[in-house]
Write a protein that binds this ligand. Structure first.
Ligand code: NAD
Ligand code: IPM
Ligand code: MN
Length: 348
């Protein structure tokens, strides 16, 4: 089994280093790692954020563990050369259309949540985010209006096949959990969302056991804070899922806690924390590596058939938190390395 490690920028390499140590400590037979540059680091080294050799490695690998991309030095580059294009390119090239972002409260972190502990304790949900379409991948550009003003535009669209395949992932995820699915859209305003809702309702016929509900995204953002315990599986589009998952992360304690899996239709996957390169704390040993370590666990479970090893990692993370390690985002002062050490010490 070949695992591609793509550390990227900012805190990416710092959190990937800890996840790699944890994976190596499991000593699983037949697993090899190969590392390649991506994002701003790749642009600075070779003039492109997603070099062909990195894309080839990602295609060859059985799974990809990704850190984060994004570098303030690159924000003025033409868009196709910016670091973020690397992750968007990987998702598109590998057809990783289904992004699973679980948000579950570790009981030890109830006091780290931005919500009251009794509200936070109810949280155990998965956001299923579509990853290959929406306003992210429509036609975009800058133009001049007739009266000479600058105008930027990004076309938002989904076709029915794109909605159906992510809806099925939503329903399947719900079937494996509590059989409740909430589809989040903005059908009161957007045609894209009207089609989304229609197709989700059609797809529901394939999953008669699942209780389907619909919610507008603005209300969903409010409900995530008011009563997050009502959600089990949320299925939503690319942009809404991006925003709601950052919000959900803070409900369970920190953006540094949320892992993700981005899957194609054959369980090939890219695994990454939901956070970015955090330039404000990069290089200071302050990054919480747990989201990346938990992403490695998802990788073992979904792409490498190693559910038991995944359980071991998740149990070690819970034990490390129970032992009291807290990086600054969780209100403590443990370093990235000390967080990794605590997980390693708790691995059984
Ligand atoms: P960010 O997620 O990088 O950081 C937001 C805030 O959360 C910052 O204050 C940061 O210090 C904190 N934070 C993030 N991860 C943390 C961790 N593991 N431990 C502790 N604190 C953490 O988002 P941003 O600041 O909006 O974006 C920074 C760069 O990252 C941008 O270039 C953006 O495009 C990029 N980005 C990349 C990805 C990705 O690679 N998938 C995801 C999001 C943002
Ligand atoms: C994420 C990020 C990316 C996204 C950016 C960096 C392209 O915010 O992975 O959540 O918007 O999908
Ligand atoms: Mn995001």
């Amino acid at each position: 089994m070949l695992i591609a490690l793509l550390p990227g920028d900012g805190i990416g390499p710092e959190v990937i280093a800890e996840a790699r140590r944890v994976l190596e400590a499991l000593a699983l037979p037949g697993i090899i790692f190969e590392e390649a540059p991506v994002g701003g680091a790749a642009y600075k080294a070779s003039g492109h954020p997603l070099p062909q050799a990195t894309l080839d490695l990602a295609k060859r690998a059985d799974a990809i563990l990704f850190g984060a991309v994004g570098d303030p030095d690159c924000d003025a580059l033409e868009r196709h050369l910016r670091p973020e294009q690397a992750i968007l390119g990987l998702r598109k090239e590998l057809e990783l259309f289904a992004n699973l972002r679980p948000a579950t409260l570790f009981p030890e972190l109830a006091d780290a949540s931005a919500l009251r502990p009794e509200v936070a304790r109810q949280i155990d949900m998965v956001i299923v985010r579509e990853l290959n379409g929406d306003v992210y991948f429509g036609e975009k550009g800058m133009r001049q209006t007739v009266d000479g003003k600058r105008e930027g535009y990004d076309i938002m669209s989904y076709n029915e096949d794109e909605v159906r395949r992510i809806a099925r992932v939503g329903f399947e995820t719900a079937m494996a959990r509590s059989k409740k699915l909430c589809s989040v859209d903005k059908a009161n305003v957007l045609e894209t969302s009207q089609l989304w809702r229609d197709v989700v309702i059609e797809t529901a016929q394939e999953f008669p056991e699942v209780e389907l509900s619909h919610m507008y995204v603005d209300n969903a953002a409010m409900q995530l804070v008011r009563n997050p315990g009502q959600f089990d599986v949320i299925v939503t589009g690319n942009l809404f899922g991006d925003i709601l998952s950052d919000q959900a992360s803070m409900c369970v304690g920190s953006i540094g806690m949320l892992p993700s899996a981005s899957l194609d239709s054959n369980q090939k996957g890219l695994y990454e924390p939901i956070h970015g390169s955090a330039p404000d704390i990069a290089g200071q040993g302050k990054a919480n590596p747990l989201a990346t370590i938990l992403s490695a666990a998802m990788m073992l479970r979904y792409s490498l058939g190693q559910a038991e090893a995944a359980d071991r990692i998740e149990a070690a993370v819970a034990a490390a938190l129970a032992a009291g390690v807290r990086s600054p985002d969780l209100g403590g002062s443990h370093s990235t390395r000390e967080m990794g050490d605590a997980v390693l010490a708790a691995l059984t």
